[in-house]
Write a protein that binds this ligand. Structure first.
Ligand SMILES: O=c1ccn([C@@H]2O[C@H](COP(=O)(O)OP(=O)(O)O[C@H]3O[C@H](CO)[C@@H](O)[C@H](O)[C@H]3O)[C@@H](O)[C@H]2O)c(=O)[nH]1
Length: 485
């Protein structure tokens, strides 16, 4: 192969947080930048590097995309889930952080040796884009003198809510104890009439000295030091909140929905599975083909959610009692650790045959686009939410962690594109909510109208005249300019 050289002089290191919901948007961003000729070093922890089986295909498609790995302290056989945010963040700090410093120094040198073997000449590192919860990397990049941007993989409304937590503490609204969970939160600008205590990010339910609370507070403080924020949202979805964020973060690039912008810019032939850390059960697509249009409720709680056996069975009974056909992603690591980890209750699988399909992992974007799917029961992870909006599918929300509490409130009461059933999980509520989402004509029509409107706005955002498309051009220009400066 002849030696070629990319036109871009920019070389960006992308540092995702090691979990599916963070790797997927970061890898979409990597492809968008490489498509514009920018050199990208995509740095995963060793464990996830091995699981990214499509690395070769991606590097062949994008010659300026380089995959690198960095050790963490997790056992090699550990499933790709976070058992504890605290464990993973302390392993990143103790093991990954010092190595990252050495890597940044190496990549920042001109004529870097590590790329001599490749056919593309790679310029010295010019920018680091970290996941917004990998803030320990800011110190390293500052030390080496490289600008840092942050990709925040949550919605703008969640990001803004996180940013306002220090204010709520200062005003004495947090921490809260034995208070009515429906107590309104009035002091988050832009969402005055919307949130209740139960809608705040889940760590707000913990004592202020809990490691998770401290972890998030550190990130909230540190992220104010980055030069720019990138968000997987689009301007027409969260305009008021984005203007609030701009009062504290002057440089924001909204590029969402990432997966749709990727298809719009790079092409339709890309599989949505390139970033998957798990094996997909594609047989579910044939099962969907056999179902009536709009009849199926798709149930997926993302890559991290844990359920107790009681919750799992309540959900299952509720689904069965609703009488709706369902496609349900039940990961083998989904039962909480004190339960039998790798057991899906036999009762559940056997009893499902006639009424639904249970899968370990599915091609979610394809499933949401299938005509048989008429509703999406989700944990309100941001990727799932924005994928649901893009697909125009009404949502039922059962949030569990972190930002999910905020997203589900916005889905139910902000955007009115679904129903929020947070903090409940008994079978009769599940049955009632599934029926309400799938059957109640007036309500369904309202939700449909609203979600279809946002799906239309999302299509505009990623088109050539749209905000996300233009913001990407601006980002590329700015990344390239940094080299000249
Ligand atoms: O069978 C499945 C199930 C999920 N997915 C994909 O996995 C991703 C899941 O992401 P998300 O919906 O955001 O959920 P989590 O995996 O829980 O993501 C974590 O990261 C998100 C982004 O920061 C946060 O919003 C969540 O709260 C946090 O739990 C999505 O792209 C899905 O399409 C599949 O491809 N197949």
């Amino acid at each position: 192969m002849e030696e070629s050289e990319s036109e871009s002089a920019a070389h960006v290191l992308l540092l995702p947080f090691p979990a599916q919901g963070h790797i997927t948007p970061m890898l979409s961003l990597a492809q968008l930048l490489c498509h514009a000729g920018i050199h990208v070093t995509f740095l995963s922890t060793e464990h996830n590097h091995r699981l990214l089986t499509q690395r070769r295909a991606l590097s062949a498609r994008f010659p300026t995309l380089h995959f690198e790995s960095i050790p963490d302290a997790l056992p090699p056989d550990q499933a790709p889930t976070i058992h504890s945010l605290h464990d993973i963040s302390s392993s990143l700090r103790s093991v990954t952080k010092p190595l990252l410093r050495d890597l940044l120094i190496t990549l920042a040198k001109k004529d870097d040796e590590s790329y001599r073997s490749t056919t593309i000449r790679c310029p010295p590192l010019s920018c680091v884009i970290i996941d917004g919860i990998m803030c320990f990397a800011i110190d390293m990049a500052e030390e080496v003198g490289i600008p840092v941007f942050a990709l925040r993989t949550v919605s703008a409304c969640s990001f803004w809510c996180y940013s306002c937590i220090p204010d709520l503490i200062q005003q004495g609204q947090l921490p809260f104890q034995d208070q009515d969970m429906d107590h309104p939160i009035k002091d988050i600008p832009g969402m005055e009439a919307l949130l209740r205590l139960r809608d705040l990010p889940s760590f707000c339910r913990m004592p202020i000295d809990h490691p998770s609370f401290k972890f998030f507070m550190e990130q909230i403080e540190a992220i104010t030091r980055v030069s720019a924020i990138i968000l997987n949202t689009f301007d027409d979805l969260e305009p008021l909140i984005l203007s609030q964020i701009a009062t504290r973060f002057p440089k924001i690039y909204t590029l969402g929905p990432f997966h749709a912008l990727l298809k719009s810019r790079v092409g339709d032939d890309l599989s949505s599975s390139v970033s998957s850390l798990r094996h997909e059960d594609r047989r579910c697509m044939a099962w969907l083909d056999s179902q009536q249009s709009g009849s199926v409720i798709f149930v997926s709680f993302g890559s991290l959610a844990k359920l107790s056996r009681v919750q799992l069975l309540e959900f299952w009974h509720g689904l069965i009692n609703s009488g709706k056909p369902f496609l349900w992603v039940v990961r083998s690591d989904m039962l909480s650790s004190e339960q039998e980890e790798h057991a899906t209750p036999v009762e559940l699988k056997d009893g499902t045959k006639e009424r639904g399909y249970i899968a370990e992992w599915v091609p979610q974007e394809e499933v949401l686009a299938h005509k048989a799917v008429g509703g999406f029961w989700t944990h309100s992870g941001w990727n799932s939410t924005i994928e649901g909006i893009w697909a125009g599918v009404p949502m039922l929300c059962w949030p569990q962690l972190a930002d999910q509490q905020v997203n589900s409130r916005w889905v139910g009461e902000g955007w009115k594109i679904g129903l929020d059933m947070k903090d409940t999980c008994d079978r009769s509520t599940v049955e009632k909510m599934v029926r309400a989402l799938m059957e109640e004509a007036d309500q369904r029509e309202q939700i449909f109208k609203s979600v279809h409107n946002f799906a239309k706005l999302a299509r505009h955002a990623v088109s050539e005249d749209g905000s996300s498309y233009k913001n990407l051009e601006k980002l590329i220009e700015d990344l390239n300019e940094k080299i000249v400066m």
